[in-house]
Design a binder for this molecule. Structure first.
Ligand code: THU
Length: 134
């Protein structure tokens, strides 16, 4: 799958965003090593803190369906109908992704017309992970 295609799936996922409080709508498309694609959107809550980000929605869907190894994720976000040029994953999502994604996992940001890919190791240097608990 090309980066452009993966971003296009993230744009599709964003259509389901439930963001009545912030108005910031996010979509994520996560590609598993099995070849399956998992789409996620942010799901906000009136109590604010239970809100789930799009990336975690996609990851939790995947893990709950038995997928634990991943190739890449694309993320898009922006206020209301706008899609920003660039929407980076928050720190909590980086930590949650770190549980299942290795240093070479690809994070595709930008827009379908201008994809920008990063290696996960560059987005969460010196992270805390399962190896620390051994
Ligand atoms: N949000 C995400 O879905 N992913 C991120 O990485 C950053 C933030 C959502 C959470 C909340 O619904 C809205 O964007 C504003 O923070």
């Amino acid at each position: 799958m090309t980066d452009r295609e993966l971003l296009q799936y993230a744009v599709e996922a964003r259509e389901m965003a439930y963001a009545p409080y912030s108005g910031f709508r996010v979509g994520a498309a996560l590609l598993g090593k099995s070849g399956k694609l998992y789409k996620g959107c942010n799901v906000e809550n009136a109590a604010y803190s239970p809100t789930n980000c799009a990336e975690r929605t996609a990851l939790f869907k995947a893990v709950s369906e038995g997928e634990r190894e991943f190739v890449s994720i694309a993320i898009v976000g922006g206020m209301y109908e706008t899609i920003n040029d660039f929407c980076a994953p928050c720190g909590v999502c980086r930590q949650v992704l770190a549980e299942f994604c290795g240093p070479d996992f690809r994070v595709v940001l930008g827009t379908p017309d201008n994809p920008q890919a990063f290696a996960f190791k560059d987005l969460l240097p010196f992270g805390f992970g399962k190896n620390d608990l051994e």
